[in-house]
Design a protein around this ligand. Structure first.
Ligand code: HEC
Length: 149
């Protein structure tokens, strides 16, 4: 029993290892962020059931983002930037990170695959482009289409 329990605990830790390794230092291991510095990712979870939201989240990881943005009533001025991971990570790893995020945010939506990530790589973008894409997303879907938790 004890052996089984440790396997389960290890499994849980491992299951979010990609998020923790690449994102947790800024957005924190629980994805709640640091007010005014690193935005929380909870509200983004409400977009991950829809292709528009999945595309945006993936492309922010690939191409970065520079604000100012408003998240949950707080302004993030873009003095801290969201790094781009697209040159560093392959599609499979980006999918693993995003799947960790789905689990962390308790969003039981279809898993990201390398094929899906690859599709969103095009067209290439800069952090400023991603700022514009964020505006378009929020214009199209002003409220999280999959609800708030
Ligand atoms: C070096 C710190 C840092 C790291 C590492 C980092 N981020 Fe960010 N992230 C930011 C900052 C800062 C912003 C807000 C950008 C701004 O204010 O211009 C942001 C914004 C975002 C957004 C946009 C949120 C929204 O509401 O539009 C998403 C999505 C995101 N990050 C996901 C991730 C994921 C997933 C990872 C891991 C692959 C990650 N970030 C790693 C600093 C970081």
């Amino acid at each position: 029993m004890r052996f089984l329990a440790s396997v389960v605990v290890l499994g849980l830790a491992w299951s979010q290892a990609f998020y923790h390794g690449y994102c947790g230092s800024c957005h924190l291991p629980n994805a709640r962020g640091v007010p005014g510095l690193y935005p929380p990712l909870q509200s983004l979870g409400g977009y991950l059931c829809r292709v528009e939201g999945r595309r945006y989240a993936t492309r922010v990881v690939l191409y970065g983002l520079v604000g100012p943005i408003e998240v949950e009533g707080m302004i993030y001025r873009g003095t801290r930037y969201m790094p781009s991971f697209g040159a560093l990570l392959d599609d499979e790893t980006v999918a693993l990170i995003l799947n960790d995020l789905l689990r962390l945010l308790h969003r039981p939506y279809p898993a990201f695959t390398a094929t899906e990530v690859k599709r969103y790589r095009s067209p290439r973008a800069t952090p400023n482009d991603m700022f514009r894409e964020r505006g378009i997303l929020l214009n199209t879907l002003p409220r999280p289409p999959c609800g708030q938790l």
